[in-house]
Ligand binder design. Structure first.
Ligand SMILES: [Zn+2]
Length: 446
């Protein structure tokens, strides 16, 4: 083992065995040991003592739309990864759409990797996309290291990323299962969306009615059926409808290989509070009622929902018009996700250990990075966030690192101030000061 270069100490280190006073030793960018708090520090090692601030594993956000290259006026690798670092995230996995090109061929993946390489302040991996016409590209993309494949079951919002009907879904899923891959799915059924009342305009209630729960429930039921038939591994993206929870719980109990994520906005914002015309709150599926939110929290607690990811999906401010039907659908949350989720988790009696499980350990597992990321234990990368969990701040859009400072959280007071973020043993941001980009491009472990 290499000599210890860095020693991190806190009275509250979140480890897989719980939170305790500990000393964490680091060499060559990896954690070498988690030791008792009082252990002697080697004389040649640098000591960083965080006192009572919490040392937690850097978050792993597996659902981010960076949009680079092609729609860089919406977001880009430089701004997205700085925002993520400021929010305690040390790994993100980029969604295959909204960039031009989308990540649907190996050539396109290479283009994306080349663009990201010297802009990444945190580690970055890539999802591939499953389109109606790219089944032949799925295996080569898998072999090139994408973490899995995203598909839409209803229109995606951009023309270059068409959705799969049930036949195409079956074909793509069979192909992905043939090489042991993962399909991640935007699950809203297009027929239920078409049948729903489409009034448009500024009223949030009208928008909510246009994206009903049964669109999600039906698509998820169909996905479960396909996964079961093909013994394929599937993941439900951004679950909003609590009505789908019993279906998911039953599928899991039957051994269907399905995992589920939800997002900070479904867990912390409610339909009742969205002002009419406020399309910074628009996303698909939509933010639903408070009673729905309570059930999502219960499902996180009992494991029906596995993890929490941002679905950070920004656009320029001019596309966030006051007509919910035509405004861009997507919520920016990268920098605020930890604080937003922690604030509500705390209020509901959950611990920071739970938040770490949902936002770091389980997401690392989802993409097979759990030998490197997602926990403070020997052998993993020395990726950390240092958090003052009882300090509050009021969200000021001007303080965001996102390219477009549009946020549904403006003016909210949140618990949890990230004091510094560390990537492979280097402090990459502290007090708003960033180092040069030190992120690496990640590929799926073979
Ligand atoms: Zn998304």
């Amino acid at each position: 083992m290499s000599d210890t270069e860095l020693v991190l100490r806190s009275t509250r280190v979140i480890t897989p065995e719980g939170t305790r006073p500990a000393t964490v030793t680091v060499a060559d960018g990896r954690i070498t040991a988690v030791l008792p708090y009082e252990v002697a520090v080697p004389s040649n090692a640098r000591l960083e003592d965080f006192g009572d601030h919490v040392l937690l594993p850097g978050l792993v956000d597996t659902h981010v739309h960076v949009n680079d290259p092609g729609r860089t006026e919406w977001e880009g690798f430089w701004t997205a990864t700085r925002a993520a670092a400021a929010g305690g995230i040390t790994t993100l996995v980029d969604m295959p759409l909204n960039s031009l090109p989308p990540t649907t061929t190996v050539d396109n993946l290479r283009t994306k990797q080349a663009v990201a390489a010297d802009k990444a302040h945190i580690d970055v991996g890539f999802w591939g996309g499953a389109l109606p016409d790219n089944i032949k590209d799925l295996r080569p993309l898998h072999e090139s290291g994408v973490f899995g494949f995203k598909a839409f079951l209803s229109p995606s919002g951009v023309d270059e990323f068409p959705h799969l009907d049930q036949d195409r879904l079956a074909q793509s899923l069979a192909e992905i299962a043939s090489f042991g891959g993962l399909l991640i799915v935007h699950a809203e059924d297009p027929h239920h969306l078409e049948a729903a009342p489409q009034h448009g305009g500024p009223k949030y209630a009208d928008f909510l009615a246009s994206r009903p729960r049964d669109a999600e429930d039906t698509a998820i039921a169909q996905l479960i059926g396909q996964a079961k038939r093909l013994d394929a591994r599937v993941h439900v993206l951004h679950l909003s409808s609590s009505d789908a929870l019993p279906l998911i719980a039953e599928a899991k109990s039957e051994g269907v290989r399905i995992t589920v994520e939800t997002c900070p906005h479904y867990l912390t914002l409610t339909a009742e509070e969205v002002p009419d015309g406020a399309s910074e709150f628009k996303c698909c599926p939509p933010i639903r009622e408070a009673a729905n939110q309570d059930l999502l929290w219960q499902a996180l607690a009992d494991g029906t929902i596995d993890c929490v990811v941002t679905d950070h999906s920004p656009s320029t401010a001019d596309l966030k018009t006051d007509d919910f039907a035509t405004a861009w659908g997507g919520i920016s949350g990268l920098q605020l996700s930890l604080a937003a989720v922690w604030t509500e988790a705390r209020r509901r009696g959950h611990g920071l250990e739970d938040v770490v499980r949902w936002m770091s350990s389980r997401t690392a597992e989802l993409v097979g990075l759990d030998t490197r990321k997602g926990a403070i234990e020997a052998g993993r990368d020395a990726d950390f966030a240092v958090l003052a969990p009882d300090e509050t701040f009021t969200v000021d859009p001007a303080a965001l690192q996102h390219r477009n400072r549009v946020t549904a959280y403006a003016g909210k007071t949140l618990y949890g101030v990230v004091k510094s973020t560390w990537l492979r043993g280097e402090r990459i941001v502290a007090d708003g000061e960033f180092t040069e980009p030190k992120g690496q491009l990640l590929t799926r472990d073979n």
